[in-house]
Design a protein around this ligand. Structure first.
Ligand code: SAM
Length: 340
């Protein structure tokens, strides 16, 4: 029997952050000059992550995504991929990366059993890349995408956060780039999540605006009808090219959200907008068995009533979710700790 939350949503997908550190400082995620990091001794070992994952798969999780911070900063990540890939219950094992360190690791990740990879890339313009991420690393990311394209992954995707007045003119260029490298592009609305301290509604380039811009460029766009818990709604261009839009800000999809998130120090979050989570590290380190964890996870999930993105729509004046002072006190409120 699947474990269902209060809205009947199953426990389907787990996103595991393996570090809160990142080697970029994207304006929409980490705009501040300094951050408080999770203490080293609190970070879960790979054995601990694998044990916790076992409790989740016993309750129905069959899709796992590794994220961060920047996951490729975590040493020897392939050994975690190997142990997760060996779990038969996981039918989809994916990773989200900014791609900076990907080129030398792509083949080893694939060989370890990683099935799919998503690279975050918001612009193809070198100066714009540096303006958004505060690092001159576009060439490294492009090399990472090239390496992934030939490494044998079941799919390579490109995720682009689109901000009005920053990169909203680049949608066709990103689509054309995706076609060249064989990657499906997904445009993400700028979200008012914790950490996005420079967020304003004026900087959101909405799904409607994305579709209008692409239609002006390419002509008729057709939505693809599919029953899926995936966050992206997909569309087809007249030439058959498929792309996705993740419209968490203006047209959220909480009703089908079966995702939850584990931070690198073992805090389990029901929703990207949640103010607090459930600590799984403490019980694990205090000797909890997999069955004990299953009981705890099932109890929390069945009480889940989160629909954070939809609730944000009810605010008349939307501002960044969490004030800077609160972020400074609790790193768990940050998007880069939660993994996106
Ligand atoms: N470092 C990895 C990466 O860059 O993909 C993984 C972690 S990152 C937090 C995961 C995703 O969250 C990225 O695609 C990033 O663009 C997205 N993200 C971060 N802040 C966001 C925001 N305010 N709005 C929308 N997407 C955001």
């Amino acid at each position: 029997m699947p474990v269902l939350d209060r809205y009947g949503r199953p426990l389907g997908s787990l996103r595991i952050s393996v570090t809160d550190r990142c080697n970029l400082r994207c304006l929409y995620c980490m705009p501040e000059p300094d951050y408080a990091w999770l203490p080293k001794e609190t970070l879960l070992s790979f054995e601990e992550i694998d044990a916790i994952t076992g409790a989740f798969t016993a309750l129905g999780v069959d899709r796992v995504r590794i994220t961060g911070g920047e996951p490729l900063l975590r040493r020897d990540l392939t050994s975690l991929i190997q142990s997760l890939a060996a779990r038969e219950a996981i039918r989809d094992l994916a990773l989200t990366t900014n791609g900076v360190l990907l080129a030398p690791q792509a083949r080893a990740l694939r060989d370890a059993g990683l099935q799919r990879i998503t690279v975050s890339l918001d612009t193809l313009d070198r100066r714009q890349f540096e303006a958004i991420t505060r690092f001159d690393a576009l060439d490294a990311v492009l090399a990472g995408i090239d390496a992934s394209a030939t490494a044998g992954f079941a799919s390579v995707k490109i995720d682009s956060v689109i901000m009005k007045g920053v990169n909203d003119h680049e949608l066709p260029a990103l689509i054309e780039f995706g076609k060249r490298v064989g990657a499906e592009v997904r445009f993400i609305e700028y979200m008012d999540v914790g950490g996005a301290t420079r967020w304003s509604i004026d900087a959101v380039f909405s799904r409607r605006e994305m579709l209008d811009a692409l239609e002006r460029h390419y002509g008729g766009i057709v939505p693809i009808e599919e029953a899926s818990a995936a966050p992206a709604v997909r569309f087809r261009l007249p030439d058959g090219t498929v792309f996705g839009i993740i419209s968490s800000t203006t047209e959220p999809f909480c009703h089908s959200c079966d995702r939850s998130r584990l931070t690198a120090d073992g805090v389990w979050l029901m929703c990207l907008y949640a103010r607090a989570g459930t600590d799984l590290r403490r019980p694990l380190r205090a000797g909890a068995t997999t069955q004990d964890l299953e009981r705890l996870i099932a109890a929390v999930w069945t009480a889940r009533a989160d629909r954070g993105a939809e609730e944000r729509l009810l605010f008349d004046r939307r501002e960044p979710l969490i004030p800077l002072a609160a972020l400074k006190k609790d790193a768990h409120l940050e998007m880069h700790t939660r993994g996106g």
